[in-house]
Write a protein that binds this ligand. Structure first.
Ligand code: HDE
Length: 713
């Protein structure tokens, strides 16, 4: 099998990183000065029981380095996982942009992609209900381009000045630092309940989008409207999308909570293992293009990050593909030290005046100065561009570059006025000459004022199962809110989005939806302003549904990389086991034999089969589907284990594909709390008599069978 070690590392960024890679295999142990160490077990002492001597420079070096190992974690997006890969454009995009990496389909541009949760600390669980970061660094010939996006296309707030408030509200509460990586607490909902601009984002975050099945099965979005500029200087608005080739899939909330205990590294591990196995994750880069003259033709503002452009209004054109094909060698050096910034861009791209985007342009460099300790973070190997760097910036903590010559200023005569500025024809970046003629004001544009209509479009576009999950998520979150007035306010906000939604959430809280009675719904109002000017009208009811907003319409065509558990013990029916393994392997699913203990089991034909996990060491929530082959002895053993009953029960409750053949069906019956007949006749429960493996494969591809749940709508 291809492994990390023997893989062909062709891209130029990976080659460039080689100069910093270190491998101690087969080498002597040394100090940081290269001195070979003779005794790493004992410090230098006055006598063998004596006090340790200050002279022990080897001890001091080792302990001092250890003492300084930690750096501040990211204030947001602290927990992450990343991988290397490459991007290839399908066709030249010269009409849209002059960016070089979007021209030549034969060029593979190296990328580093970091996924993250937002609210939790570095050590929190992957499965928190949260937005996921989707940050891509393209190492292009013209310099680094960072597309620092999320897995949700809109954001909570419209203006960067509110970001510290939002994050303080969602982070653990300051008095007791509880709860970790969770929005289900008073301060978050306090802020949200009086900040109606967040209501569209709340719909997304309360949907299953915020509990992805894997990083490989998430969409990514640039969120803001950016600009593409072509060679002739023509500008167009652009929104960026990443579409996963495996489709967009999520787990269920109960499952997410269980995974957080069973394997808090579930998403990290999934990404790592898939790449190690050569099942490289892939996304297509999509763009929505809006001509400058159409800027004002929508009933929302393109500069407002709480709005998306429905794909029905502006289709997403897929222009290239990103493939992740190499895990990092070192988490800290690469995943932790990578520094993204929206202001890392290349000619052919530019910003808009989105006030959220504008604030981010300040924040990212500022935060790296604190986190990475000084102005030379661009020299850290993972951050270095492959394009050459020449300028007059000098010195500072941990400077690596040895700048030759006497000049570090421009213009100069001594060095022939170099490094020289580049003309635009030579690749020099010049900002788009947008005309601005305005009064200086602190204000929110009136065109940002409709806070509920797109929230309603989202709600209206969900399937019944998705709506049910969304209602239950809100019930869960708001049930954890202790302050009654916050729950009440939230119900009023939800009523502005959709009355059924509000009513269903209210039922779960044992409340009625309160009347508005002149209540101001938006308290984010400047002191001198008229509050009435800041109130949004209730949602314009969506007359259509946007198919792209529902995960029910995603790709469901295959089972590649899906994790399937086969429950078995000694005496398992050899031919049934073989038939299922062959069928699943042919579809590139990942199979794990789960048995009462680890080691090997003996099939009915006497063959020894490796056991991948014991029933105590794993759980159904770590798999997409489960199969129980026959074999009297095997099933009798499984029936004696509480964990195997629980395994089936949970898989069924989480609406997964479940299959069994011959005696294996007895385990399904034993696990059926609602009656065996009901379980066996449920959608996605495959017991034959026809070709069980093929039916099972089709069932796994469906991802989940929501018909097993009671819908609320
Ligand atoms: Fe970020 N954000 N953000 N953000 N963001 C950071 O930068 C910030 C926003 C996003 O894997 C920080 O290096 C402000 C939107 C990702 O390293 C910080 C505002 C979107 C990552 C910061 C936003 C994002 C960050 C913390 C409101 C989606 C992780 C550490 C104006 C389009 C990148 C760091 C990684 C990280 C600031 C809003 C995405 C503090 C002020 C909207 C994926 O600079």
């Amino acid at each position: 099998m291809e492994t990390q070690q023997n893989r062909d590392n062709t891209n130029n960024k990976l080659e460039e990183l080689n100069q910093n890679r270190e491998d101690g295999t087969g080498q002597f142990l040394t100090t940081n000065q290269g001195l070979r160490i003779n005794d790493d077990q004992n410090s230098l002492k006055a006598g063998d029981r004596g006090a340790t001597l200050l002279e022990d420079f080897i001890l001091r070096e080792k302990i001092t380095h250890f003492d300084h190992e930690r750096i501040p974690e990211r204030i947001v997006h602290a927990r992450g996982a990343a991988a290397h890969g490459y991007f290839q454009v399908y066709e030249p995009q010269a009409e849209l942009t002059k960016a070089k990496f979007l021209q030549d389909p034969s060029v593979k541009t190296p990328v580093f992609l970091r996924f993250s949760t937002v609210a939790g600390s570095r050590g929190s669980s992957d499965l928190a209900r949260d937005v996921r970061g989707f940050a891509v660094k393209f190492y292009t010939e013209e310099g680094n381009f960072d597309l620092v996006g999320n897995n949700i296309p809109v954001f909570f707030i419209q203006d960067a000045i509110k970001f510290p408030d939002l994050i303080h509200a969602v982070k653990p509460e300051p008095n007791n630092e509880i709860p970790q990586a969770a929005s289900a607490h008073d301060t978050f909902w306090d802020f949200i309940s009086i900040t109606p601009e967040s209501m569209h984002m709340i719909m997304w975050v309360m949907s299953d989008r915020s509990i992805p099945r894997s990083y490989r099965m998430m969409e990514g979005f640039g969120v803001h409207t950016f600009r593409f500029i072509n060679e002739a200087g023509k500008a167009r608005f652009v929104k960026f999308h990443w579409k996963p080739l495996l489709g967009v899939h999520s787990v269920v909330w109960d499952e997410a909570q269980l995974i957080s205990g069973r394997d808090p590294d579930f998403h990290r591990r999934d990404l790592w293992d898939s790449i190690e196995a050569g099942a490289y994750p892939e996304w297509e880069l999509g763009v929505q293009i809006v001509e400058e003259e159409d800027e004002h033709k929508f009933d929302f503002d393109l500069l407002d990050s709480t709005k998306l452009i429905p794909e029905e209004l502006v289709p997403v054109k897929r222009i290239g593909k990103l493939t992740l094909n190499r895990n990092p060698d070192n988490y800290f050096a690469e995943t932790e030290q990578v520094a993204f910034h929206l202001g890392h861009l290349v000619p052919g791209l530019d910003f808009t005046n989105d006030p959220l985007l504008q604030g981010r342009l300040f924040s990212y460099t500022d935060t790296q100065l604190k986190r990475l300790g000084g102005p030379n973070f661009h020299e850290i190997p993972i951050n270095r561009p492959v394009a050459p760097v020449h300028n007059g910036q000098r010195d500072g903590h941990m400077r690596q570059t040895i700048n030759k010559g006497r000049t570090s200023y421009s213009p100069n005569l001594i060095n022939d006025n170099t490094p020289a500025q580049a003309t635009t024809a030579e690749g020099g970046f010049s900002s788009h000459g947008e005309r601005i003629d305005a009064r200086k004001v602190r204000a929110r544009s009136k065109s940002f004022g409709d806070h509920y209509s797109q929230a309603n479009l989202f709600w209206n576009s969900q399937s019944d199962a998705e709506k049910t999950h969304l209602v239950k998520a809100l019930r869960f979150e708001l049930s954890k809110v202790a302050v009654e007035s916050i729950r009440m306010r939230m119900l009023v906000q939800l009523a502005q989005v959709d009355s059924t939604l509000a009513k269903l959430v209210a039922e779960g809280l044992g409340m009625d939806v309160p009347a508005i009675d002149g209540m101001q719904l938006n308290l984010a109002v400047p002191a001198d302003a008229n509050p009435a000017d800041y109130q949004s009208a209730p949602a314009k009811k969506a007359t259509t549904r946007s198919a792209a907003l529902s995960m029910a319409n995603t790709v469901k065509s295959g089972i590649k990389t899906r994790q399937v558990a086969i429950l078995a013990a000694d005496g398992v029916d050899a031919s049934e086991l073989k038939a299922m393994k062959e069928a699943l392997s042919a579809e590139e699913a990942v199979i794990a034999i789960v048995a009462p203990r680890v080691g090997k089991l003996k099939t009915s034909a006497g063959e020894l089969v490796h056991i991948d996990a014991s029933l105590q060491g794993t759980a159904s929530v770590l798999f997409d589907a489960v199969y129980v082959p026959g074999g009297k002895q095997s099933v009798t053993s499984l029936l004696q284990e509480d964990e195997s009953i629980r395994f089936i029960h949970e898989a069924f409750m989480h609406c997964k594909a479940v299959a069994a053949t011959s005696e294996g069906i007895d385990l399904l019956k034993a696990a059926a709390t609602g009656g065996a007949a009901a379980l066996l006749s449920s959608d996605g429960v495959i017991t034959g008599p026809d070709d069980v493996p093929q039916q099972f494969i089709q069932a796994i591809a469906q991802h989940r069978f929501w018909s097993r749940e009671k819908t609320l709508v």
